[in-house]
Design a protein around this ligand. Structure first.
Ligand SMILES: Cc1ncc(COP(=O)(O)O)c(C=O)c1O
Length: 396
């Protein structure tokens, strides 16, 4: 059979009749207890409990199994572990592969709670973290120690949006037998295929684009053959499990991921290009822009972009930014992204979250998530915001 196109896979993935009972969508199967009518069937379920067999609610039900199959089909790998949020996927993936005395390489541009986990939890356990410059390629060799076990990437990086050279870092990491983990949330399985680029474990904050409607928290970690058994069993031992209602909604979100991302991309590029021309803007930080760090890796490795990017302003301060942000009509302020709605956040001091490489930006940053609204409405909203910013700056 010919390989299915990604658009088709998004529609069909995980819809085996075994899970769906021949409905289009798998039913929401809620369970703590699974009951058996014979010793034989109980023994069989126990023997197969790690392999999508009804055994006990914590191991999942058919709703979970359908979504796990779908994620594996779309991202690659051999198995998918589910977590109550993206952060739990990150922390449990790391915890599954480190022990006291180990050393971890963490990208300097990681999502803030990922850094916090390294600094506040791993450090307490005796696991040392070295933050590395996201633009390191061959130079990563110098940071690998005899006790390094994991390299973690997030590409593009949170807020500053550097695109990493994932294949080069993965190749070098494998020469040293490290486990390669990637937070692939920005691209989703649509725009970056992690296992084609050497990743061992691909993490999604499914909370963002997969769910897509800002109403569910969920995380996934898809692993290859090398890492699946250990990831699955350690995550299970740590009691990680998810509600079938949430998983159902994630599965429903997944079906429209392709079309949503296309529209996010189109809207975002229009807004970003408009912003790049504004006198208030020093530069736009978006992987599809030629001056973005790692743009060449974006062109080489990604199929497209999504809706999250940042801009650096020429100047600004808390009062002026407040005037801009407080009056927005279509953009809301919120800590998440990946839903259908536009969001905006100010970041006055990115260097608080960077240790390997500090940035010397002209002014404060805005992080935007461009939703599915009409682009002219969004641009009009930003234009009015800049007017409010300029009024305050002129008075100072
Ligand atoms: C890149 C990235 N990874 C992971 C997460 C964490 O996801 P969750 O909020 O589901 O814990 C976020 C959340 O903003 C994120 O931006």
């Amino acid at each position: 059979m010919a390989k299915k196109a990604l658009e088709t896979q998004i529609i069909t993935a995980g819809r085996s009749a075994k899970w769906t009972q021949s409905l289009v969508n798998p039913p929401v199967s809620r369970a703590s207890t699974v009951v058996f009518d014979s010793v034989e069937s109980m023994k069989k379920a126990t023997a197969n409990r790690a392999n999508k067999t009804l055994f006990y609610g914590r191991r999942g039900t058919n709703t979970h199994f359908a979504f796990q199959d779908a994620m594996v089909e779309l991202e690659g790998g051999v198995g998918c572990a589910l977590y109550p949020c993206g952060t739990a996927a990150i922390t449990n993936a790391i915890l599954s592969f480190v022990k006291a005395g180990d050393h971890l390489l963490m990208v300097d541009g990681a999502y803030e709670p990922t850094r916090d986990f390294c600094d506040k939890v791993l450090a307490k356990m005796g696991v040392e973290t070295t933050y590395y410059d996201p633009m390191l390629g061959e130079g990563i060799r110098d940071l690998i120690k005899p006790n390094t076990t994991v390299i973690f990437m997030e590409s593009p990086c949170s807020i500053t949006m550097e695109v990493q050279d994932v294949p080069t870092l993965s190749r070098i990491a494998h020469e040293h037998d490290l486990v390669v983990m990637l937070d692939n949330t920005w691209a989703s399985p649509i725009n970056f295929q992690p296992f084609d680029h050497g990743v061992d474990i691909s993490i999604q904050a499914a909370t963002k684009y997969i769910v897509g409607h800002s109403d569910v928290m969920l995380g996934t970690a898809v692993a290859n053959e090398r890492c699946w058994d250990q990831l699955r069993e350690h995550s299970y031992l740590m009691g990680q499990c998810t509600s079938p209602d949430d998983v159902y909604l994630a599965m429903r979100g997944l079906r429209t991921l392709g079309v949503r991302l296309k529209q996010h991309e189109e809207n975002t590029l229009k807004v970003a290009r408009w912003l790049a021309e504004r006198p208030e803007v020093d530069h736009v930080r978006h992987p599809a822009f030629p001056d973005c760090d790692g743009h060449e890796f974006f062109l080489r490795d990604f199929k497209g972009s999504s809706g999250l990017f940042s801009v650096v302003l020429n100047r600004g301060n808390a009062e002026a930014l407040t005037a801009l942000l407080d009056g927005m009509e279509h953009f809301s302020m919120g800590y998440s992204w990946g839903g259908f709605e536009s969001l905006i956040l100010a970041n006055e001091n990115i260097n608080r979250l960077r240790t390997a490489k500090k940035h010397d930006f002209a002014g404060p940053m805005l992080r935007l998530h461009i939703g599915l609204e009409n682009v002219d409405d969004l641009i009009g909203d930003l234009e009015a915001g800049f007017e409010r910013l300029n009024v305050v700056l002129a008075q100072q």
